[in-house]
Design a protein around this ligand. Structure first.
Ligand code: ADP
Length: 568
């Protein structure tokens, strides 16, 4: 026997009419008027049949005993939100008005009820049934709309979920596989095929697939654009191809999808920023065509996939570039380091070797002055004196250079340095110079403890202090202050003077080797002192710098690492 369709069921009028002849009559009349009906024997039967689908229910009042009424009420309260099943009650008219009123009240609470009094006229019954079914159809419309809305929401949620997922996916292969997992259930998809396009080889390479046996796929793993296939056509046309009713197609392009029993198939181009990345196709065996909404959803997903793959590629390219750049910087740095070490070694050996002839010059000049002074006139002696003082200057220059070079080459061992003790030692060493310049040096104690190489730090501080004593206007007594301050990661040591100051444009360059702002006649020096300060600070993991206002003095600072857990 042929099963009634769902559509028919939803239009049926269920009849529960135990008394004769009205039940039979009602059914005959309705059938004659082309209504579909189903007779029920009990209220349980009615309730079960309602679940399968009904357009309306016609019940004789006699069948609505209190338990039956309760049962029907329960059934109607669990209807879905869109449903308000029409009930037609056949009553006995004014024979028992109280009973009717009671039933009416009880039913009004639970359902959409109309009453038809017996004996009824055909027209009354038919028009009542027609109105009931009309109302029911409206409810079905509302149900369909609701379903569509729910589907739209679900798809939006799915798209959001997919988009969210893309942000976390690492590889294009993963991206596509995970997307398929997410949308296949909702769209009834069983198969996906993802090709990446290689523009250099003009080829398509299979990147990911699902639902297709390996052996079937083997010949399709790599395809030229000349090959007859859906994916190649999609790439060439740069637009999607939908194949409906696949099994009845004889197109050779469809051979793969036909051979695996698909009934509908759609392939999309993956395009981002106008670049063709590849294709993504979906197939099903469950229906012979895709709905408009399904196609729209798959297209939106493919768009997301394109963007995600493009983003991944850009990220990877960026990562590669950064790596390349890092490698280059490292190479250059080590090349530079090597060159600089070679230069320093060269400089060291030259400086070292220069001292021997210098000693000879000084020694023999001295010998001439002592042993042959009677043979020289005053001018000759003065010339020899100049030779000797030039040799001395050169010697101190070489010594400074050697010191600088040694600082770059020697291995330094770090330890906590108590600044107060260091400063006391230095001031003792400079005591004579301080006195001769009538300078005042104030140390703002307590000073901090720093982490570094004590001897190097003392040399750096001596250089700053001798500069502070030296670079003052003639006749001005130097006033020097020393203090230290704690910052988050380091200790800053300050040396402040009331000297001639340094113009802002020179404040960086004075830390370079041989950078001097004045002639030796006004302020003697070799131009290496601050270079030693800068190099020493760098070697101890610190920095140095200056704040200065011309004519008002300078404040030099050295930042050095703190000693962890050490009291000031
Ligand atoms: P030197 O003292 O042998 O000239 P430095 O490297 O110590 O060499 O200093 C470089 C230059 O920086 C100095 O020649 C001077 O022009 C400037 N300079 C250094 N310290 C001071 C200071 N405290 N006040 C003003 N100028 C300074």
């Amino acid at each position: 026997m042929k099963q009634p369709t769902r559509q028919k069921w939803s239009e049926r009028i269920l009849i529960l009419a135990p008394t004769d002849p009205y039940g039979r009559l009602a059914r005959e009349m309705l059938e004659q008027a082309k209504f579909s009906t189903a007779m029920c024997s009990t209220i349980d039967d009615v309730c079960e049949t309602i679940v399968r689908g009904a357009g309306a229910v016609l019940i004789e009042e006699e069948a609505l005993t209190p338990p039956a009424l309760r049962k029907l009420g329960e059934q109607l309260t669990i209807q879905p939100a869109w449903s308000d099943l029409p009930l037609i009650i056949l009553t006995t008219g004014c024979d028992a008005p109280h009973a009717q009123l009671h039933t009416e009240e009880a039913l009004a609470k639970i359902g959409n009820v109309s009453f038809v009094e017996r004996p009824f006229r055909i027209h009354t019954l038919i028009s009542c049934a027609r109105a009931a079914l009309r109302a029911r159809r409206r409810q079905y419309d509302a149900r369909d709309l609701l379903q569509k809305q729910e589907q739209a929401v679900q798809r939006l949620e799915l798209l959001a979920d997919v988009a969210n997922h893309f942000l976390l996916s690492e590889k294009p292969r993963e991206i596509v596989g995970n997307v398929f997992d997410k949308i296949s259930r909702q769209l009834g998809l069983e198969v996906y095929l993802h090709y990446l396009f290689d523009p250099l080889g003009n080829q398509l390479q299979l990147s990911a697939s699902g639902g297709i046996p390996e052996e079937v796929l083997a010949p399709f793993k790599s395809m030229s654009l000349q090959q007859s296939s859906i994916a190649a056509s999609v790439v060439k046309l740069r637009r999607s191809i939908v194949v409906e009713d696949v099994q009845s197609s004889s197109d050779p392009q469809h051979s793969l999808v036909r051979s695996i029993g698909l009934t509908a198939y759609v392939s999309y181009p993956l395009i981002a920023n106008d670049d063709l990345i590849g294709t993504l196709a979906f197939g099903t065996r469950k229906s012979r065509h895709f709905g408009h909404e399904e196609l729209m959803l798959m297209e939106a997903v493919c768009h997301q996939v394109s963007v995600a793959i493009q983003r991944k590629r850009t990220e990877e390219a960026l990562y590669d570039l950064t790596e390349q750049l890092d490698r280059r910087v490292q190479e250059r740095t080590s090349q530079l380091q090597e060159t600089s070490e070679q230069m320093e070694a060269f400089c060291y050996s030259i400086s070292h070797d220069l001292r021997a002839p210098l000693r000879t010059i000084r020694g023999f000049s001295q010998a001439i002055l002592e042993d042959y002074s009677n043979l020289l006139d005053a001018t000759g002696k003065e010339y020899l004196q100049r030779v000797m003082s030039g040799a001395e200057k050169m010697d101190s220059l070489i010594q400074d250079l050697l010191e600088y070079s040694r600082l770059g080459r020697s291995k330094l061992t770090f330890e906590p340095i108590h600044l107060e003790a260091s400063i006391d030692r230095i001031l003792l060493q400079l005591e004579q110079e301080v006195q001769s310049k009538q300078a005042t040096v104030s140390v703002r104690k307590p000073l901090h403890v720093v982490h570094g190489h004590a001897q190097t730090l003392e040399q750096m501080l001596i250089n700053l202090l001798t500069n502070a004593l030296k670079f003052v206007r003639p006749g001005v007594a130097p006033q020097i202050s020393i203090w230290s301050a704690e910052a988050e990661n380091h200790i800053r040591i300050w040396v402040e003077d009331n000297g001639i100051g340094i113009a802002p444009e020179h404040q960086n360059r004075i830390f370079g080797v041989f950078e001097r702002l004045h002639g030796v006649e006004s302020y003697p020096g070799t131009g290496i002192g601050l270079a030693i300060v800068a190099k020493g600070a760098a070697r101890m993991g610190g920095r140095t710098g200056v704040e200065s206002v011309p004519n008002f003095g300078s404040r030099f600072w050295i930042d050095l690492p703190k000693v962890i857990n050490s009291p000031a």
